[in-house]
Design a protein. Structure first.
Length: 342
């Protein structure tokens, strides 16, 4: 049986304070209106509200200001709101605080299971090396099979949860044969540093930071031994369903600008790293490693990509991480009404 150890008082206190601050900020700044209020609000044709996280393509887009230049001739301004993680961002999308945002593979599945009014409008290509199972530099563990009976830290219900499940399957290890320790990234890193866990499943840029700053060794990432991906690790762009239906030409324009940004970032990785370092405050060597594993090239979400999402949703349902089955295809954006030329 997996033993659940109480969190140290300092960590528990930090997490409670953090949760309180997030709630207070949302209430103070009007980021989280009630659902009834959000549904009664009309879409402002003069403002595009984008939710972003501190690392990734939307962070680059915000820093470069090219989207504002594209929209200015139409009299549309852009309002950016930073969120600490994907689930909070999608809650903001669902209640009408933002119109568009980006998250990884897992948050939309949980949001859809909860009835969120969102649509998948695009994605970046797979980035399987941008998440991994890592062990301390002096660890005797050499393969995923060695995780049997070991304590493995991860963020429950996240992309890396699926990575761990798939890598254990590949190694022939049942999920119940390990001891999962569910912690958010900051607390997981602390546990990893003090030796309270044997392995950590994490994504960039936290992964790159662990490698560069702690000497963490990658046990396995999303790539398979035969050059076929064990997981894809897509980055998704989502819009609120009402916004995508009302302003399809703007959604199309955003994807077009993201594709242009991707071309620039691929050709200028050093400059992209410098921009992200300024935006995130992370060391340049950490971001250079993370940027080298990111995959650029935004495009509309295809049926094949959403079929991969469906497999993740089915896995999460089988693990009882979501309360009911999810049909991912029901959240696919219907491109037919798009007005913009691409």
């Amino acid at each position: 049986m997996t033993r659940i150890h109480p969190l140290p008082p300092a960590i528990l206190r930090r997490r409670l304070i953090s949760a309180a601050l997030v709630l207070a900020a949302g209430l103070a700044y009007g980021l989280l209106p009630s659902r009834a209020e959000a549904q009664s609000n009309h879409i402002d044709p003069r403002v595009l509200r984008i939710g972003y996280q501190k690392y990734g393509t939307l962070t680059l887009l915000k820093a470069r200001g090219t989207l504002e230049k594209r929209l200015a001739p139409q009299g549309i301004s852009v309002r950016w709101t930073e969120f600490p993680a994907g689930p909070q961002l999608l809650e903001g999308l669902n209640v009408g605080a933002i119109d568009f945002g980006t998250v990884g593979e897992a948050p939309p599945i949980f949001a859809q299971a909860a009835g969120a009014q969102l649509v998948y409008v695009g994605n970046e290509p797979p980035a399987p090396a941008a998440e991994a199972i890592v062990v301390p530099k002096g660890s005797a563990l050499r393969s995923v099979a060695d995780l049997r009976g070991k304590r493995v830290a991860l963020n429950k219900g996240s992309n890396v949860h699926y990575l761990l499940v798939r890598q254990l399957e590949q190694a022939g290890i049942p999920y119940h044969a390990i001891q999962p320790v569910y912690l958010p990234p900051a607390d997981a890193r602390a546990a990893f540093e003090r030796g309270a866990v044997d392995a950590w499943v994490i994504w960039d840029p936290f992964l790159a930071a662990a490698e560069k700053q702690l000497g963490a060794r990658v046990l396995a990432d999303g790539r398979g031994a035969d050059n076929s991906n064990v997981v894809s690790n897509h980055q998704f762009y989502l819009a609120s369903r009402p916004y995508a239906q009302a302003r399809p030409e703007i959604v199309s324009l955003i994807l077009d600008e993201l594709a242009t940004l991707g071309t620039w970032a691929q050709k200028n990785p050093a400059e992209a790293t410098t921009v992200l370092a300024a935006e995130t405050g992370l060391p340049a060597d950490v971001l250079a490693l993370a940027v080298s594993r990111f995959s650029y090239g935004a495009r509309p979400a295809s049926g094949a990509v959403l079929a991969q999402q469906q497999r993740i949703a089915d896995t999460f349902h089988s693990l009882r991480l979501i309360p009911k089955p999810v049909k991912v295809a029901e959240a696919r954006w219907d491109e037919s009404p798009r007005q913009a030329k691409r």
